[in-house]
Design a binder for this molecule. Structure first.
Ligand code: FE
Ligand code: FE
Ligand code: ZN
Length: 302
């Protein structure tokens, strides 16, 4: 049987780094993972410690995990669509690409950004310029542009926009797309017709360009342009639709990454938050909804 490539967002801590990320994923039972190299909302980044990277790789090997299924997410303060901080965006993205390559990771997910008040045409031009300033002939990492919900002036809410961006990039073979199920739903795509979505993607961009899939349920209705993630099976997309996407044969070689919210000790608790991934991955592997998901998570970690 084909091996399901499933995992989730993990932390990358200053002192345990890549090794810590691998061990965290193993505690959830996944075989893929994604992390920020530091806090997503700032640019403070620790020097990569090679010995921790190597130890992490060794643990991956012992557990049958493939480095191709590891993803780094660029910090969302980078806004390639707007010129206000374009020099900053370019500088930071260059450094981030170097860090990712030093880690041996092959894919970097990037939000196309928000145009704020520049308009979509200018935004696409800016994104292309940023990418061309960072993706060079010797760049090894593949930048995966994420599909966005279209909140505010977010770019990348349609396949057509992503295609326009890719068309302007010099080294197109180093750009792919990350599908985010919550974002697709909030952007207005009907995920119950996922085969049609893939057909459209194939026509507009090419199905071989899907480099990563973010698996999230949504707190909002289709087309709401909101972007609030919900736990697996508890949102407006629902269990069956998400399972159908995960097990789609055309995506079998693509890493699927959960970015679902942590669970509070009680419904209104923000004190202690527990990762949902171990139990969500279990539901996904069993293809069976767990009606006690939240209680099981709280009981396990308390
Ligand atoms: Fe993202
Ligand atoms: Fe995402
Ligand atoms: Zn999101």
């Amino acid at each position: 049987m084909e091996k399901l490539i499933i995992g989730n967002h993990v932390s990358f801590k200053k002192d345990t780094q890549f090794k810590g990320s691998v061990l965290e994923e193993l505690s959830y039972g996944g075989n893929a993972f994604m992390f920020y190299t530091g806090a997503p909302q700032n640019t403070a980044r620790a020097e990569i410690i090679d010995s921790l990277t190597l130890e992490g790789m060794q643990i991956m090997k012992e557990n049958g995990m493939d480095l191709r299924n590891v993803i780094v997410h660029a910090p969302y303060i980078i806004n390639p669509a707007n010129t206000a901080n374009l020099d900053f965006s370019i500088n930071f993205l260059r450094q981030e690409i170097d860090r990712v390559e030093k880690l041996g990771v092959t894919k970097l997910v990037l939000h196309p950004g928000s145009h704020v008040n520049l308009g979509e045409e200018v935004a696409i031009h800016n994104i292309i310029n940023t990418l061309n300033a960072c993706i060079l002939s010797d760049t090894k990492v593949i930048v995966c542009l994420e599909t966005m919900a279209g909140k505010g002036s977010e770019m990348g809410k349609t396949f057509k926009e992503l295609k326009q961006i890719i068309d302007g990039v010099t080294y197109k073979e180093k750009v792919m797309v990350c599908l985010d199920t919550c974002h697709l739903n909030d952007a207005g795509y009907d995920l119950t017709k996922f085969d049609e979505i893939l057909e459209e993607f194939d026509k507009v961009i090419g199905i071989e360009k899907i480099g990563c899939v973010h698996i999230n349920d949504s707190k909002n209705d289709k087309g709401a342009h909101k972007d609030r993630h919900e736990n697996f099976g508890l949102g407006t997309i629902g269990f069956d639709t998400l399972i159908n996407i995960i097990y789609n044969d055309k995506l079998k070689d693509v890493p699927k990454i959960l970015e679902t919210p942590y669970i509070g000790e009680t419904d209104d608790s923000k004190n202690r938050l527990f990762p949902p991934y171990k139990f969500e991955i279990e539901m996904i592997r069993n293809k069976k909804f767990n009606p006690n998901l939240l209680e099981d998570i709280r009981n396990y970690y308390k």
